[in-house]
Design a protein around this ligand. Structure first.
Ligand SMILES: Nc1ncnc2c1ncn2[C@@H]1O[C@H](COP(=O)(O)OP(=O)(O)O)[C@@H](O)[C@H]1O
Ligand SMILES: [Mg+2]
Length: 327
């Protein structure tokens, strides 16, 4: 199977010198083509930076410090500008949180969808694109201004604009966070269904663990600029192996049906200046061992095939959990 996106020990910082913020501290992650992947983690864990790095959408002058990032087998950060543009048009599309801000307020919807299509689109193509995202009255929507649409309708339009270019990858960064719960579910169903039908790789960056569990095949949990656990969504949710994933899930119990934002874990996430000397979660981790977790950077270990994590002690923790369960 081809790999849609591959991060290999990818490091990226904002700013320079001692005050530089290390947003990504060695991300390693492989996303198979056609997979629906959820990326979760507290605010500031590096989810959006990772998502934007894939399309090289970074402020002027920001370059990776080290590592590699490939999209569909090509090293994104060494692509020529025309190749990069081509990639953003035909391979990789983004959907952001605020659809109204994504749309041009001065242009009607039909015009904007035509512009998003590679090689133009007929009125029929535009109507089909709107029908595909669940619009029953596509001609009326095409003739509307962005401000005349509800948030849910506007996000459908944005999805139609992403799909009409026939991309191979869609990255949705908190794309449903601003919508009402019922609308949010319908938009996620739409994204899941069209991605499945067309074999699109869908990456859902989300605070909403419940949605990721329901809609994704795989989950990547980020903390301190690294992917600390990554595997099949159902397996990771049922038996989280990393203490951070366990804490995250425990903090969310009781909130899942409402799709609330994450409840808090005691302590605050790190703001890194330079590489974390050990495990970035150690200061908040109930299991951390001084001299090990705070000093040694955990390396990728496999829980089983296709399920990886970064934790020195995961086997002990799992063992302890088992013996407690047997008491
Ligand atoms: N453009 C930027 N300039 C400076 N720092 C940034 C920028 N974007 C993100 N950061 C910092 O990088 C870290 C990761 O942020 P982000 O990727 O937005 O996290 P998340 O999406 O998980 O909330 C945070 O400490 C954030 O403040
Ligand atoms: Mg973000």
């Amino acid at each position: 199977m081809t790999t849609a996106i591959r991060f290999d020990d990818f490091v990226l910082e904002f700013g320079s010198g001692a005050s530089a913020v290390r947003a990504l501290d060695g991300v390693t992650l492989s996303v198979p083509e056609g997979c629906l992947l959820g990326i979760v983690g507290e605010s500031g864990s590096g989810k959006s930076t990772a998502a934007f790095a894939a399309g090289r959408l970074m402020p002027q002058g920001v370059q990776p410090t080290s590592g590699r990032l490939e999209v569909l087998g090509r090293d994104v950060w060494t692509l020529s500008i025309p190749d990069l543009r081509q990639m953003r048009v035909s391979d990789l599309r983004y959907i952001f949180q605020d659809p109204i801000a994504t749309l041009d307020p001065t242009k009607k919807i039909g015009w904007q969808i035509r512009e998003a299509a590679v090689g133009g689109a007929s009125p029929q193509d535009i109507a089909d694109a709107l029908r595909n995202v669940g619009m029953n009255d596509p001609d009326r929507v095409a003739a509307s201004w962005p401000h005349e649409l509800s948030g849910g309708m506007a996000q459908r339009v944005v999805i139609a604009m992403a799909l009409i270019a026939r991309p191979r990858i869609i990255i949705a960064d908190e794309a449903t966070s601003a919508l009402d719960a019922s609308v949010r579910t319908r938009i996620l169903e739409l994204l899941r269904d069209v991605s499945r039908q067309r074999g699109i790789t869908l990456i859902l960056v989300s605070h909403d663990l419940w949605a990721v569990r329901k809609f994704c095949d795989r989950i990547a949990v980020m903390y301190g600029g690294r992917v600390v656990e990554e595997g099949p969504a159902d397996r990771v949710f049922d038996q989280p192996a990393h203490p951070y994933t366990r804490a995250l899930l425990a903090a969310t119990v009781g909130h899942e049906a409402r799709g609330d934002r994450l409840a808090t874990i005691p302590g605050i996430p790190p703001l890194l200046h330079g590489a974390s000397p050990g495990c970035a979660f150690a200061p908040r981790c109930d299991h951390a061992q001084a001299g090990l977790c705070d000093r040694m950077r955990p390396q990728t270990e496999a829980v089983e095939e296709g399920w990886h994590l970064l934790c020195h002690l995961w086997q002990d923790i799992r063992q302890k959990g088992r013996s407690h369960g047997a008491d």
